[in-house]
Design a binder for this molecule. Structure first.
Ligand SMILES: O=C(O)[C@H](O)[C@@H](O)[C@H](O)[C@H](O)COP(=O)(O)O
Length: 231
């Protein structure tokens, strides 16, 4: 285990990205199977961005009862689904296919100019799913996770123990408006995984040790997590 007194996590290093993707997909499938033994329906949140595609390519073939799985994003870029930066688009193309096509997608986007007006509706679909059975998160070299960025406009709200389920978010590091699950929802997941690739992100994770969640938002969700890393 690594981390300072308040944040303790397991760091798993893989020989390469392919091995990581296969092994992490297996672990997520096992997590879901285990959760399905105890619940009628289980919810999993996953990130967008560039890292998780290969994990989705393996996970989508997992032999489990996907009809009882609700899938949602950890965060979304407020862009139409057709946009190449849409995380929903990534999910539909890489995760919600093959066997996983039977899973239910809980939307994190609606075609409105800003997230504010549809937030209550999106939240009302997520609320009955909490706590999340499984969460997979990404991280940026600036130590953001989901769309909880250092210097984001709603950073303190997103990190608050009383945070709402979802927050609209704008940040210098994010080219478009975002919507994100709050840290308390992500951190409250029963099984937590973080996926990071490359020396820069490994160094960023090291740098996060001892920093506050305001400086390093990843620290708000790391406790008890498994961090999966490959060069
Ligand atoms: O929509 C997003 O951008 C995310 O969900 C975000 O939190 C992502 O996980 C990290 O920025 C890492 O992104 P990469 O995997 O592209 O490096």
């Amino acid at each position: 285990m690594a981390g300072d007194q308040s944040v303790s996590y397991e760091f798993i290093e893989y020989p390469d990205r392919d091995m990581l993707a296969i092994d992490l997909a297996n672990q997520l499938a096992t997590d879901l199977e285990e959760a399905l033994l105890h619940e009628d329906r289980v919810a999993m949140a996953v990130p967008g961005g560039t890292s998780p595609g290969p994990v989705f390519d393996d996970l989508c073939n997992a032999d489990l009862d996907w009809t009882r799985v609700d899938v949602m994003l950890s965060d979304e870029r407020w862009l139409p689904e057709e946009h190449e930066r849409s995380n929903t688009r990534l999910l539909r193309q890489r995760l919600l296919v093959e066997r996983a096509a039977k899973a239910n997608l809980l939307p994190m986007y609606a075609p409105k100019p800003t997230p504010g007006e549809v937030l209550p509706e999106l939240e009302s679909m997520i609320a009955p799913e909490l706590p999340l059975a499984v969460v997979l998160l990404g991280m940026g070299e600036d130590m953001h996770t989901a769309s909880i960025f250092p210097e984001a406009d709603r950073l303190e709200d997103a990190l608050s123990p009383k945070a709402p389920i979802l927050l609209p978010m704008r940040a210098p590091g994010a080219p478009e408006p975002r919507i994100t699950l709050s840290a308390r929802v992500l951190d409250g997941a029963l099984r937590k995984h973080v996926l990071i690739f490359g020396a820069g992100k490994r160094a960023a994770l090291e740098k996060a040790k001892g920093l506050s969640p305001v400086e390093a938002p990843i620290n708000a969700v790391l406790n008890g997590a498994k961090v999966h890393w490959a060069e």
